[in-house]
Design a protein around this ligand. Structure first.
Ligand SMILES: [Zn+2]
Length: 683
């Protein structure tokens, strides 16, 4: 395989596992064991390491779609300097690969736990780098290493290392891989917990002779947080892969990392440190492996007929994989990164035939029974992206008043918009989600779909192009309405290149759940969506037809429309940015109690209700500047002309509101409805 030219540096130190921040000094250790000159990390920048002649690209967060490029093993300069002191014989030399580059890539595009433990390569390297240095040695008492040594952490390491011919340094690189970026709260928790642990350690060891206030010990502990993180991984005992059978009891051992327990091994050995997790013969047939994992590895393994109880399915730090057992006599092998287990290697006979349509690498925010997985229909909106992690979205709850889809529209792009999140509205809800939704380099658009009293969503349909920024969603309701939202680039709904696909036939009673991948709070778009097919796939296609042409030629735009008949009240959504104010959307409330929203309508930006009485029509005051148009004001009686360009719409027919984050176009049709996008009556 030809060596890729560009090294991708993700800002997560592979030694201390804390983020590399803008302006930090960093180095790259190559897979052929070459150390680059230090450089300053700046997001988006790239430079060529002169001596080595390779280009290093500084990226933002780890991305699964690294393509042909090589992920760099990047570290804080400070951390590598510290590690070099721990490993006196650590030399950086050329031509001695740490492990083959190809092993860093998910070869079968399947697991998140990459099998890095290549016994041949790894063992020979570990022998090469074995350090048989006795405890004590020449550790300066006032060095960082000496300080940590005084806490007692190192003594056990040196004692252990004389018996163990495996150098921990390479294990650091394999055990520090983050399979995805966890929520920011995880870094904060880590820092808090490890500072607390080191503070206690310092006070109970050095603190016996050196009395200092707790605050000072905390400051010292916080200062040593990177070194402490390296040391705690470096000192963890080596564990290889685990293999178990279900005809014997199974015991698990754990390793604690930053206050979190990870499964370090599974065996049939009931040693005093192990905890029994499975009793042979107690469960009968139809059992499954329920595996709880996070960005670092496996935290729990449950082997049972039913899923384990979960305290909180909203914890975005942990995810579950479900592997039904097909062959009770098979041997089940878990790969290890050297310290903790990473992944269940599926037996050669493969996956349960009922679950073939669900990729084995999917993980879920809670352990789902195989019976629920079996009815799920799954659609990838972007085929190139790797491991989906699904969060549930509850639909058709009794008190739900409507749904909002949030879209992210990339800046300077005509590609459309990606679905960022779905929200189900309830009376009296907290509306902070509008503010809390992260926005990664794009403009957000909120499309609000109020539901009628007693109306339910029966089917969810989706249509997508070649990438996740070309997605449209449609909800077919129990009142035969089709609420379709999303960017429309082509106006022909019969376009066979991106047909509508039904992704959920929901339960007709009670609430049900959709599954959207991606922890949307971090601003990444949904790339995979799954829903239950409670009945057979609908025979009829989604009855949406060709609609009027978008006024924004070749530019993906959102469309919405509302009837202007029997309007009782109007609510406008006003936004403000850079001293500019505009009406982003409007909600029409009708005499019969129904509601319809047009434009980019946010409930947290909604103004007071305007009653439509003695009105001669709907007046919209438009502002035009540099080819962009916004609705700046509205009225229900003829306004003074002023500086705005006013457009008038009669209280009949239908209002159409085309929009992008930058501009909008409002027009009127006399037809009570069109066979178009929003609110189509299924004939
Ligand atoms: Zn570091």
């Amino acid at each position: 395989m030809p060596r890729p030219r560009v090294l991708y540096f993700f800002p997560r130190c592979r030694l201390c596992r804390y983020k590399v921040e803008e302006g930090d000094d960093a180095v790259v250790v190559s897979v052929d064991n070459y150390q680059t000159a230090p450089f300053t990390y700046r997001y988006g920048s790239s430079h060529v390491d002169r001596k080595w002649g390779r280009k290093i690209q500084c990226c933002s967060a780890p991305v699964q779609d690294i393509g042909r490029h090589e992920p760099a093993i990047g570290c804080h300069s400070r951390c590598l300097a510290f590690l070099t002191k721990l490993e006196p014989l650590l030399e950086f030399r050329s031509g001695m690969p740490l492990w083959p580059y190809t092993e860093l890539i998910d070869r079968d595009s399947k697991p998140s736990g990459i099998d890095l433990i290549d016994a041949l390569t790894k063992n020979s390297l570990e022998r090469l780098y074995d350090v048989r240095q006795p405890a004590g040695g020449s550790i300066h008492p006032f060095s960082v290493k000496g300080f940590l040594h005084s806490t007692g952490i190192f003594r056990s390491v040196f004692a252990r290392r004389t018996q163990c011919a495996r150098s921990p340094i390479h294990r650091l690189y394999t055990t520090s891989i983050y399979w995805y970026d966890p929520p920011m709260s995880e870094d904060e928790r880590r820092l808090r917990v490890s500072t607390d642990m080191l503070c206690d350690l310092l006070r109970t060891t050095i603190g016996r002779d050196c009395k200092l206030p707790t605050e000072i010990w905390r400051m010292i502990a916080a200062y040593l947080s990177l070194e402490y993180a390296i040391t705690s991984l470096w000192t963890a005992p080596y564990r290889g892969e685990s293999a178990v059978v279900l005809s014997e009891d199974i015991w698990a051992t754990y390793v604690w990392i930053d206050g979190v327990a990870y499964v370090s091994s599974l065996s049939h050995d009931p040693n005093p440190d192990a905890k029994q997790i499975f009793e042979a013969g107690s469960q009968g047939e139809n059992i499954s492996f329920y595996i709880m994992e996070d960005h670092l590895g496996i935290r729990q393994v449950h082997i049972s007929r039913t899923p384990p109880a979960v305290y909180s399915s909203s914890d975005r730090c942990v995810w579950w994989r479900v592997h039904p057992v097909e062959d009770m006599d098979a041997e089940f092998v878990f790969s290890s990164d050297g310290i903790k287990l990473q992944q269940l290697k599926m037996p050669s006979n493969g996956r349960d035939t009922k679950l073939r349509h669900i990729p084995a690498n999917c993980s879920w925010s809670e352990p789902l029974p195989p019976s629920e997985l079996a009815v799920l229909s799954l659609m990838r909106l972007n085929a190139r992206l790797g491991v989906p992690r699904f969060l549930s979205f509850t639909i058709n709850e009794a008190d739900c008043t409507g749904y909002t889809a949030c879209w992210i529209v990339p800046k300077h792009s005509k590609r459309g918009a990606a679905l960022l999140r779905l929200h189900a509205h309830k009376p009296g809800e907290d509306q902070s989600f509008y503010q809390e939704t992260a926005n990664r380099g794009g403009d957000l658009v909120w499309t609000y779909m109020p539901m009628k009293s007693g109306e339910r969503v029966d089917q969810v349909w989706c249509r997508h192009g070649n990438y996740s920024f070309d997605v449209t969603l449609a909800l077919k309701t129990s009142m035969c309405r089709i609420l379709a939202v999303g960017p429309f680039k082509t106006v022909d709904f019969t376009d066979s290149s991106s047909p509508w696909t039904c992704i959920a036939q929901l339960s007709t009673t009670g609430s049900d759940r959709l599954w959207l991948d991606g922890p949307h709070a971090d601003g990444r778009a949904v790339t995979c969506i799954a829903g239950p097919m409670r009945s057979k796939y609908p025979k009829k296609p989604l009855p949406v037809h060709t609609m009027a042409a978008s006024p924004f030629f070749k530019l993906a735009s959102f469309h919405s429309s509302a009837s202007l008949e029997d309007v009782k009240e109007i609510v406008v959504s006003r936004l403000e940015a850079s001293s500019r104010k505009w009406i982003s959307g409007m909600l029409f409330r009708y005499e019969n109690g129904d509601e319809t929203a047009v434009g980019d309508f946010r409930l947290d930006a909604a103004g007071k209700h305007i009653r439509v009485v003695k009105s001669s029509g709907l007046y919209l005051g438009m502002t035009k500047y540099s080819s962009r148009t916004h609705v700046s004001e509205m009225d229900i009686v003829s306004p003074n002309t002023g500086s705005l360009s006013w457009e008038t719409f009669p209280w009949s027919g239908r209002l159409h509101w085309w929009f992008t984050p930058k501009t909008c176009y409002v027009e009127h049709s006399e037809f009570p409805y069109i066979n178009g996008v929003i609110e189509v009556i299924d004939g």
